[in-house]
Ligand binder design. Structure first.
Ligand code: TEU
Ligand code: CA
Length: 564
């Protein structure tokens, strides 16, 4: 069987609201994306993943869909979308759309019908329960604060929403609902899209009876992930989705699957029996968070390189020839990786390149989040009034108003972890609003845009952008990067993350100094007796490797090819 196309692909995530505004209303849109396709083609990406562009009241910026088959008016029209797809395909790239089917918006026709009466034909498209002793049916917390239940006055019953009250969960136990979703999926696939990113796809099945979650602390509502993550009928639903829809098209799917282990990764992505091409696991996104922080955005803990080595090595080794990884460090839900795992000050250039080399050299399909190729950083908004994300606003309110945390302390948490860090406008050039819009952007631009922007990056041969462009080329030139076996070196070294990628006679050695100090280590024997070629690095190359020890400069990265 030939390898599926998506193993060797590089995928670029566009968050439409913040990518490029074509009509000066301060909101990114589809015609704006159209004007930037040549930029993406020049970078060398193969696939564009478009975050939701469907009709939505934007309580959660498009992840609350009120009509799956209409385009959000502020983003443009279906004709604009059709033109975008044509132009993407015309450039030899592919388009993956965001599939958000764990929940809809409360403005969706289905929910507006469902809430009318207990015997409405759409009642069971959602999850309604009687209250208990005048309270919610159970103690589940919602991801963005408060209870996961809201009482609806029309019938006096509660409906489940794992996210905001405006995002009621769909009832996947209902076969009519499932069939409607499959029809909608085929409608988009028949338009020629090349796959789906599947939002919280492992939350579709909730445990029978919806029992209370274990009480972990004194908060009134408890995170109930054990009761809705990888639930009892999940695999049945996904196998049905594969049978009814996915298996009938030459497409890719990537499941967003919080709280999964590698055994789930194998089950979900196995080449024969799997139900998706690949998945987003979250273990590395939790290395800098406390234990009871499901989103990893409510706490700040120093992360350890030993943990990163342990987690990434397990995903590399366990899925080798049994499944397929995605590789990512950022997306619209995560802070900027150079601020989080690198150094967004003195060593921004070197550490952003090190991070790029790190995850591009792992086995798995790499994802670049818009602006990551520039080394865009977190933003330190000075007031909560500049924040836009419902999660940020709810969290700040809960911390300050309900828990009495100091405002600056709550802001510091948002500076480090908020999703707004990823949602400030794409920085195109040094003109007002970074060239994103001629109007007032819906969210302020990061003040460092005069220094960090596409125009500057393209004009600077030493920019982070060209490291990404070169890495994308290397993946096409060296099969060992896509298919080679991973092997960790120096497991105990406190600064250096080193690993092999080997396939037949090609052996690549990746050396990464994840620290702001020089790092010295003893070279593996074979490095002294073979011809070595530096494939890519982030410092001016120095003399041949001749001593027994090698010293890497702060945040220095090297990929060395060992011939023969
Ligand atoms: O993200 C789910 C989400 O909130 C993740 O942060 C995850 O639940 C958490 O990190 C657990 O590790 C998806 C979308 O990407 C996000 O933008 C939406 O807000 C959310 O689902 C609801 O659709
Ligand atoms: Ca616009």
């Amino acid at each position: 069987m030939p390898d599926p196309w998506w193993k060797a692909s590089v995928i670029y995530q566009v968050y439409p609201r913040s990518f490029c505004d074509s009509n000066g209303d301060g909101i990114g849109d589809l015609p704006g994306i159209l004007t930037r396709l040549d930029y993406l083609k020049q970078l060398g990406v193969d696939v564009i993943w478009l975050s939701p562009v469907y009709k939505s009241p934007n309580v959660d910026n498009g992840y609350d869909i009120s009509d799956y088959q209409q385009i959000m008016p502020e983003f443009g029209t279906l004709a604009d979308w059709e033109e975008l797809l044509r132009e993407i395909h015309g450039r030899g790239m592919k388009l993956v759309m965001d599939l958000v089917v764990n929940h809809t918006s409360d403005q969706h026709l289905w929910f507006q019908q469902s809430r009318q009466s207990k015997d409405n034909p759409y009642r069971d498209y959602y999850i309604w329960r009687q209250g208990k002793d005048g309270r919610e049916p159970n103690n589940w917390a919602a991801h963005f604060g408060g209870s996961a239940w809201t009482r609806d006055a029309l019938t006096g019953e509660y409906y489940l929403h794992l996210f905001t009250p405006q995002q009621p969960d769909l009832n996947w136990e209902n076969p009519h609902l499932r069939r409607e979703i499959y029809t909608m999926m085929r409608w988009w696939l028949d338009k020629g899209i090349d796959g789906f990113r599947m939002d919280v796809i492992n939350m579709l099945s909730k445990v029978e009876g919806l029992p209370d979650a274990p009480i972990l602390d004194k908060r009134p509502y408890q995170y109930a992930g054990t009761h809705f993550i990888n639930g009892p009928r999940l695999f049945e639903y996904l196998e049905e989705m594969k049978r009814e829809v996915l298996s009938r098209y030459d497409i890719m799917t990537v499941g967003e699957t919080p709280d999964v282990h590698t055994r789930d990764g194998i089950r979900f992505t196995h080449p024969q029996t799997g139900v998706m091409s690949m998945l987003f696991q979250f273990e590395h996104m939790h290395l800098d968070a406390g234990p009871d922080d499901p989103s990893a955005r409510r706490s700040i803990h120093p992360w350890r390189l030993s943990d990163l080595k342990r987690v990434m090595s397990r995903w590399q080794n366990d899925l080798y020839e049994k499944g397929w990884n995605s590789q990512y460090l950022e997306n619209h839900d995560q802070p900027r990786s150079v601020s989080r795992f690198g150094d967004d000050g003195k060593y921004r250039n070197e550490s952003a390149k090190l991070l790029a080399i790190f995850y591009f050299m792992l086995q798995g399909t790499p994802y670049i989040y818009q602006g990551q190729e520039l080394g865009m950083t977190n933003v330190k908004f000075e007031s909560i009034d500049e924040y836009r994300d419902v999660e940020s606003l709810n969290m700040y309110h809960e911390l300050v108003e309900e828990m009495g945390i100091k405002k600056q302390e709550a802001l510091n948490l948002l500076h480090a972890k908020s999703r707004d860090n990823a949602r400030t406008p794409m920085q195109w050039d040094g003109s007002p609003n970074a060239g994103f819009s001629t109007g007032q952007p819906w969210i302020n631009v990061n003040p460092n845009y005069p220094e960090i922007n596409v125009e500057q990056a393209l004009s600077d041969p030493d920019s982070i952008y060209y490291t990404y462009q070169r890495l994308i080329q290397l993946r096409k030139e060296h099969p060992a990067i896509v298919h080679g076996r991973y092997k960790l070196l120096l497991p105990k070294h406190p600064q250096v993350y080193a690993f092999w990628r080997e396939m037949e006679e090609e052996r690549l050695l990746v050396l990464l100094n994840f620290s702001h100090e020089p790092a010295e280590f003893e070279l593996p024997d074979e490095l002294r007796s073979h011809y070595l070629e530096l494939l890519i690095g982030n410092y001016p190359p120095i003399a041949e490797i001749d001593s027994a020890n090698l010293c890497l400069r702060p945040y220095e990265a090297r990929v060395i090819s060992i011939e023969g």
